[in-house]
Design a protein around this ligand. Structure first.
Ligand code: G
Ligand code: G
Ligand code: MN
Ligand code: NA
Length: 254
């Protein structure tokens, strides 16, 4: 398929851009972090969301170059904002689970930090559950090395994968990002409320930071304020936005 072969050249042709979605501390309302979300600025088809090409990039192997670019660009951008005097935010980068089978990904991450001068404390790597359970031994080793480096590790889309909890003991995790499907009906479904509450309780008892994703209504936000949730992300607060908009946001809202 033609998109597949074009994908091999997206990095060298400079067709990728990053949007950033803010993440907020639920108590202080401050923007504390941003998630980097890649887009493909395609010459004929316009701006393509990752849902349109990440799976394909994983199949063709193009994801390796894409993720390396995303990582370095996100680190570079956040470091540039620091040097320009914007308020400090940390950045979360989604990495394909393919990397977590290969110890070289630690080098890739170290290089991005060294090349850009960003402090490891400002970087969080997001992984999906299914991604690291598959080759657990390799993933554990990689995560330990990342922790040594000072980088944080988040489980993305929590609750949608294998839904086995044993790995929470095994992996050195910092953050659970609870999948947006769990917040959707929380204000009208008792069942959903029970499940979300249980996930938040468990995370807190395991001393993990809890981020709820996909917050779209004031009622959902009010509900989360009564829970022990730490941070929120979602369209109610901000969609993923381009660099310039984020700069405005940073200067006005932090
Ligand atoms: O199309 P949509 O924006 O809904 O897709 C978002 C999905 O794409 C999320 O699952 C997100 O984790 C993933 N994603 C976004 N940016 C990147 C990236 O730079 N690398 C990888 N591997 N996945 C990404
Ligand atoms: O899998 P991951 O969590 O990395 O995916 C992030 C995706 O979720 C992005 O595509 C982003 O646009 C989307 N997203 C972020 N906030 C919301 C929200 O409030 N509602 C919905 N439906 N999608 C959201
Ligand atoms: Mn994510
Ligand atoms: Na998610």
């Amino acid at each position: 398929w033609t998109l597949g072969s074009e994908l091999r050249h997206v990095v060298s042709r400079k067709q990728l851009i990053l949007h950033y979605q803010p993440r907020f501390n639920i108590r202080t309302n401050r923007m504390v972090g941003i998630e980097a979300l890649v887009r493909w600025s395609h010459p004929e088809n316009g701006l393509l969301a990752p849902g349109r090409f990440i799976d394909l990039a994983e199949k063709t192997g193009a994801i390796v170059d894409i993720d390396r670019w995303v990582l370095e660009e996100a680190c570079r951008q956040v470091r540039a904002w620091q040097l320009e005097g914007y308020p400090n935010v940390s950045v979360s980068v989604n990495l394909s689970s393919l990397h977590f089978k290969d110890i070289r990904c630690v080098e890739m991450i170290r290089e991005a930090l060294t090349a850009t001068g960003l402090s490891p404390a400002c970087l969080e790597i997001e992984l999906t559950e299914s991604g690291f359970i598959e080759e657990a031994d390799a993933a554990v080793e990689i995560m330990h090395q990342l922790k040594e480096l000072g980088v944080s590790i988040a489980v993305d889309d929590f609750g949608t994968g294998y839904s086995a909890f044993h790995y929470l003991k095994k992996f050195p995790l910092d953050t659970l990002k609870i999948d947006r499907s769990f917040i959707q009906n929380v204000t009208c479904s008792q069942t959903d409320e029970v499940i979300l509450q249980a996930m938040i309780d468990m995370a807190k008892k395991l001393q993990l930071k809890v981020v709820v994703e996909g917050v779209e209504t004031e009622a959902q936000l009010a509900y989360l304020r009564e829970q022990e949730c730490d941070e929120v992300q979602g369209y109610l607060l901000s969609r993923p936005i381009p660099v310039q908009e984020l700069e405005t946001f940073l200067s006005e809202r932090s």
